[in-house]
Design a protein around this ligand. Structure first.
Ligand code: PNS
Length: 163
């Protein structure tokens, strides 16, 4: 009997966007188990705290059976080794992402050649979305409701009300 294939889709998810969600849904159909890994990076200033991001991503993926949200720190490859994960899922939005993603795939393969990177092209509908642009748009009070899942908007609303 073959072993279940475990994959991880890692990132900062600050905030999770509709582009991320599309990739999570698609990757969850390819692999037996998919973890969404939120990087713990205390040095990076973020819009949402780690707990808020975990709560939001959990809410967004709650109906996808084989997806689990985790926090990780340090090397992604180390987390994968410890948890029997053999595939890193990454998305590319346009040719601009290709060089960076190839570099990441190469360094990760150098660190462990048993762990493969699988790169999925983003749905073209979401190819212009990034968490950084969402944050920039928010800074100008732009309407971002088509860019992020509803619960990101709800959490933002809560944040603004508590200010
Ligand atoms: O949201 P991002 O910027 O696409 O996420 C990048 C992420 C978190 C996947 C990447 O920076 C990462 O894996 N960081 C952990 C440290 C690591 O393993 N780096 C790659 C090898 S040096």
């Amino acid at each position: 009997m073959s072993r279940p294939i475990k994959a991880i889709f890692a990132g900062s998810f600050d905030p999770i966007t509709n582009g991320h969600l599309d990739l999570i849904k698609r990757a969850s159909k390819i692999f037996d188990e998919l973890k969404v890994g939120i990087l713990v990076n205390p040095n990076k200033k973020s819009l949402f705290t780690l707990d808020e991001r975990k709560k939001i991503v959990n809410e967004v993926v709650k109906d996808i059976e084989n997806v689990e949200v985790i926090l990780f720190e340090g090397l992604l490859i180390d987390y994968c080794r410890k948890n029997g994960i053999s595939v890193l899922v990454r998305g590319i939005r346009s040719s601009d992402d290709v060089n960076y993603e190839l570099q990441m795939a190469h360094i990760n393969r150098e660190l462990d050649d048993e762990i493969e990177t699988v790169i999925l092209p983003t749905n073209v509908r979401y190819s212009f979305i990034s968490s950084s642009l969402v944050k920039e748009a928010l800074g100008f009070n732009a309407d971002i409701h088509r860019l992020v899942p509803k619960c990101v908007l709800e959490e933002l609303d809560k944040k603004n009300k508590s200010k």
